[in-house]
Every structure is written in C-alpha cells, then in structure tokens.
Design a protein around this ligand. Structure first.
Ligand code: GLA
Length: 382
C-alpha cells in the first residue's frame, strides 16, 4: 500500500494534508450467494484494500482523485450531481445514503489508491464504500454505528451502482478481525468471530484473471430466481421469508410451480446454507477434510446449478483436485475472479506451479497468486 504516494499526491493536488483511512477487501471460506437469501456466510478481511487521504474543504463539493486510474471527479452533494465515472459513483452513493439518513455532510477533498485487485472477486467496491463510510462518519462525527455503515455501503451498490448485493462484503470490510473469520447471520446481522488458524495448511487465492464484473451482470438475475422460489414456497409455508428458512422438501413441493432454472438456483442456495452450517461444525473440530469436501461441493453447485462459474475457474478447480488440494472453489459473486484453496503445506509448491503452468498452457493466461492473510477491518491510519 503506497501511503507515501497518496500523501505526496494529496499535497500536490490540494496543497495541504488530510487524514488517512484504510478498509480491506475480503475472502469468504464458504457460504456463497447465501447473504441475500437470509443465510450465513463465513468471510474474513484481508491485508489488501483501499487507502484514502481525506480532508474537509469547507465547500459543498467533493473533489476526488483516483490515483491508480489517474482520474479526477468533482461533484456536489445533491442527487442531480451524480458523477459520470463509475468509481466516483461509489463515493457519491455513500455520501447520498448518509444524507438520506439525516447526516450533515460537507464537501471534502480526497486522494485514494488500492492494492486489492479489481474485478478479482475480493470486493474492491465494498472496500471503497467502507473506507469512505468509515472515514466520513468519523471526520464529520455523524454517529452511525458500524452496522449502519454496512447498510449504507450495500444501499450504495443497490441505488447508485446497479448491483443488488447482500451485506457480506461490506460487513467483512468493516468488522474484519486479524486471524478470525466472521460467522455472520445475514437475516439478523448477528455475528461471531471464529478463530481461523488452519495448522498444516495454507490458504491461497488463484486469480483466473478473467474479469469479474457484477454490474449489469446476471448476478441480479440469480437473486430474482431465488425470490421467485421463495414466493412460491411462501404460498404453502407463510413463515418462509428467505430460502435459508426453507428446506429441499419445501422446494420439491413447488417444483411444478416455478421454472426449471429457478428450481436449480434455489436448490443450490438451500444446499449451500446447509453446507455452511456443516462447515462451521467441522471448523470447530479442526476437521479440514470436511471443510475441503464442502468447498468442492460448493464449487460444483456454483458451476452446475447456480451457473456463475467460468471455464477457467472450473479448470483451476480440476487442477486443485489433481494436486491433492484439500478444498477449492470459486469465490465471491462469480462470473470470473479467483478460486480459494485450502492446501496442505507439503503440496503447496507443486499446486501453485501446476496452476500457473496449466492455465497458461490451456488459456494463454498466467494466474495471479495471492496468499491469504486474515486481517483487521476498516480503520484510521493517522
Ligand atoms: C458479491 C456480493 C455479496 C455476495 C457475493 C456472493 O460479492 O456483493 O453480497 O452475494 O457476491 O456470495
């Protein structure tokens, strides 16, 4: 993270000095597409994220410079001033969502930069929202608690960025804790920190370098399918508000009332929630063989039932299996990005070498390798 470059650029652009804030991206061990289905997830913050220097400028304007993109945007804090650049919409959205909740915001200057790879499924956008949510809340003493900041980030995605996401990414970015995963119940926002220290294993991400883009993607369509299934089930079982409240028996009862596609999507979502519960039990016992089996089952479901995988990610999953990797699966929303892998120490080097060589030979793409370090969430750096 290039703190020095951010500081220098801020001084150069705005002739003064602000305060530095950081929020991380996230991994998710298991529990994918369960958040908006009222289920649980098991994410953790990573040591990569977004760094921003920020200072109030005494005007009604936000002046923002995206260092990595070498792009500048300026906007007022009124609805009519939504900026054209998509990266600036995240900052604008956070401001607007805060204002909708009664915040008295003023203008500010900012320079930001990130080392969380974009489009790799590591939630660079949530990192951006959380950085500004956390920072503006502190700088302007707005008094939001962190759960409200999570919702502000999520609503930014819904209302200003076109993705009907759940709360997992923003929650992990704001609540992350070094060495711990977060078992989060997305229907109640209750959570618990789960120590994560898989002795004898390494956790690594293999980035297929196929761009993952959720905006305007079939992500929202997946969510709609799940809602269709819930609506059908609720006719017979009014207590069911989310797929996480349903079981396969209930889904079978309405199979004839919904499309085949919605049935497949809902099957995955119900099974994935069950896998998460089972994985948490296994984690308590340090049973990584079961954790790993569940991860492979998730990959299968995401590929064949939820259909959010890609050829490259399926291929990387096969390579992991061949190399004796304990658990491997596509991570995040899908449609590109990374696999997350739990690898026995003694198989690590051979697996990485095989993943790099084989993806390159077959698709002409060299995957990027990110060893995972579970780290703290949003914070002021000074
Ligand atoms: C994206 C969304 C999350 C979640 C995941 C899939 O990262 O932002 O809310 O739905 O996909 O688990």
């Amino acid at each position: 993270m290039d703190t020095k470059k951010v500081r220098e650029t801020f001084r150069e652009k705005f002739g003064t000095e602000g305060v530095l804030y950081f929020s991380p991206g996230r991994i998710n061990l298991i529990g994918e597409h369960t958040d908006y289905n009222g289920g649980c997830v098991l994410p953790g913050a990573i040591d990569k994220g977004i760094l921003a220097e920020i200072k109030p400028n005494g005007s009604g304007k936000v002046r923002a410079y995206a260092l990595d993109l070498n792009d500048y945007a300026e906007f007022g804090l009124n609805e009519a001033d939504k900026p054209a650049a998509s990266w600036a919409c995240y900052i604008f959205g956070v401001c607007r969502e805060m204002q909708k909740r009664g915040a008295k915001l003023e203008g500010f200057d900012t320079v930001f930069s990130g080392d969380v790879p974009l489009g790799a499924g590591l939630s660079s956008s949530a990192a951006l929202e959380s950085t500004f949510g956390f920072a503006l809340n502190e700088i302007f003493r707005l008094g939001f608690d962190k759960k409200e900041l999570v919702l502000i980030g999520q609503k930014t995605e819904h209302n200003y960025c076109g993705v009907n996401c759940g709360i997992m990414d923003q929650f992990a970015s704001l609540f992350g804790k070094e060495g711990h995963l977060i078992r989060l119940d997305c229907s109640t926002m209750e959570y618990e920190y789960v120590p994560f220290d898989p002795k004898g294993y390494r956790v690594v991400l293999v980035d297929s370098v196929t761009k993952h883009e959720l905006v305007g993607s079939p992500y929202n369509k997946r969510r709609k399918s799940c809602e269709n299934a819930v609506a059908a089930i609720a006719v017979k079982h009014p207590k069911v508000k989310f797929l996480a409240d349903a079981d396969m028996g209930m889904l079978e009862e309405v199979k004839g009332d919904i499309s085949e596609e919605d049935y497949k999507r809902a099957t995955y979502a119900i099974q994935e929630n069950e896998r998460l519960v089972n994985t948490c039990e296994a984690l308590k016992k340090g049973d990584y063989e079961t954790v790993g089996k569940n991860m492979y089952a998730t990959h299968y479901g995401m590929s064949k039932l939820y259909e959010v995988s890609t050829e490259e990610l399926d291929f990387l999953n096969d390579v992991a299996k061949e190399c004796g990797v304990t658990g491997s699966r596509i991570m995040g929303g899908g449609f590109g990005g990374c696999t997350i892998n739990v690898v026995p120490e003694d198989k690590y080097d051979a697996f990485i070498a095989a993943a790099v060589a084989k993806l390159k030979a077959k698709y002409g793409k060299e995957p990027k390798i990110y060893p995972v370090k579970i780290s703290d969430g949003a914070r002021r750096l000074g």
